[in-house]
Design a protein around this ligand. Structure first.
Ligand SMILES: Cc1cc2nc3c(=O)[nH]c(=O)nc-3n(C[C@H](O)[C@H](O)[C@H](O)COP(=O)(O)OP(=O)(O)OC[C@H]3O[C@@H](n4cnc5c(N)ncnc54)[C@H](O)[C@@H]3O)c2cc1C
Ligand code: FES
Length: 278
């Protein structure tokens, strides 16, 4: 790295080697990694790290834990390709490289006093979990809190025990799958089929959405149709990233860097920068 880079700039590119304290298989291809939290590593819901296995490169992964609650940093990683496979090959007590935390955060303070709706699809529950746990902890600050969580099938539904605890703490939970299986006692259908039933004041509520791109688009459109203000419909976007810090241009779309201007955007911003197009 060039000597002309300041120490601060160098630190942005230098992974911290942190110890894995635990790995849990959540599904066939999704693992939850618990990592020792380095001193001074502060983060907020919505932020991500660039996670690396030695020699394999690094990839953006949302922080799924909540700073105010969890002692460790938690990353929920689906194995899809080269880097995520290398991360999945790591074992407890191995070291993982992390750069960050990067990106902006969910603007949840603005939702104080209002109803809050979370809509998650598949592994999209991972970034939202960081925020949901914080909102549940500070439940009295908010109005009604509801979650709609959809998965392809019951075996792919994540964090089910934790979701049950949220329910016991007064969160309205709607669980649904595209394809049912024996033993599934909840709904069947797309998350959009359950938006209308939510007992929230749509016109003043905030919504936080994460999942596959077509799901995000459909949910944003439906909530807007139900009268929710577009600045209050908030999501987190995925993009190809290399640096994570606004330098390489890999995540640049229509005047915005997803890594530094996002990954959290509201519907109005998404429409303005053309990201709601297929
Ligand atoms: C801000 C941000 C936060 C993210 N948070 C998480 C997270 O919490 N957990 C998580 O598991 N992932 C998360 N991702 C996605 C993750 O970064 C990618 O899955 C990862 O970069 C894939 O890298 P790879 O080298 O393993 O796959 P590659 O070798 O790059 O890709 C292999 C194949 O998989 C496809 N592919 C790549 N990404 C995905 C994907 N997301 N889904 C399905 N197919 C894909 C590619 O098109 C290619 O065909 C996040 C992405 C962003 C931008
Ligand atoms: S990932 Fe390099 S500019 Fe965003």
């Amino acid at each position: 790295m060039s000597d002309r880079l300041s120490q601060k700039q160098k630190d942005l590119y230098l992974p911290l080697e942190v110890k894995i304290t635990d790995i849990t298989d959540l599904t066939q291809d999704v693992k939850l990694f618990r990592l020792e939290k380095p001193k001074g590593f502060f983060y907020s819901p919505g932020q991500f790290v660039m996670a690396s296995a030695w020699g394999a490169g690094d990839v953006p992964i949302s922080i799924t834990s909540t700073y105010e609650i969890h002692k460790e940093i938690e990353l929920c990683i689906r194995k899809v390709g080269q880097v995520t496979s290398a991360l999945h090959a790591l074992r407890t007590f191995d070291h993982i490289g992390i750069r960050g935390p990067f990106g902006n955060r969910f603007p949840f303070e603005e939702a104080t006093g209002k109803d809050v709706l979370f809509v998650a699809g598949g592994i999209g529950i991972a970034p939202l979990r960081s925020l949901i746990n914080l909102v549940v902890k500070q439940k009295r600050r908010f109005g009604r809190i509801a979650l709609i969580y959809g998965s392809r099938n019951p075996s792919e539904a994540l964090f089910m025990e934790e979701i049950e605890r949220w329910k016991q703490q007064g969160i309205d939970v709607t669980l649904t799958v595209d394809v049912t299986a024996e033993g599934w006692q909840h709904n069947i259908g797309l998350v959009t089929e359950f938006i209308n039933n939510q007992k929230i004041a749509f016109k003043s509520s905030y919504a936080f959405i994460c999942g596959p791109h077509p799901m995000i688009k459909a949910v944003m459109r439906d909530l807007s149709f139900l009268g929710m203000s577009q600045e209050k419909i908030i999501t987190t976007l995925e993009a190809h990233m290399k640096c994570g810090v606004g330098k390489c241009g890999h995540c640049y779309t229509d005047g915005k860097y997803v890594c530094t201007d996002g990954p959290v955007f509201n519907f109005e911003e998404i429409k303005r920068i053309g990201m709601s197009k297929p």
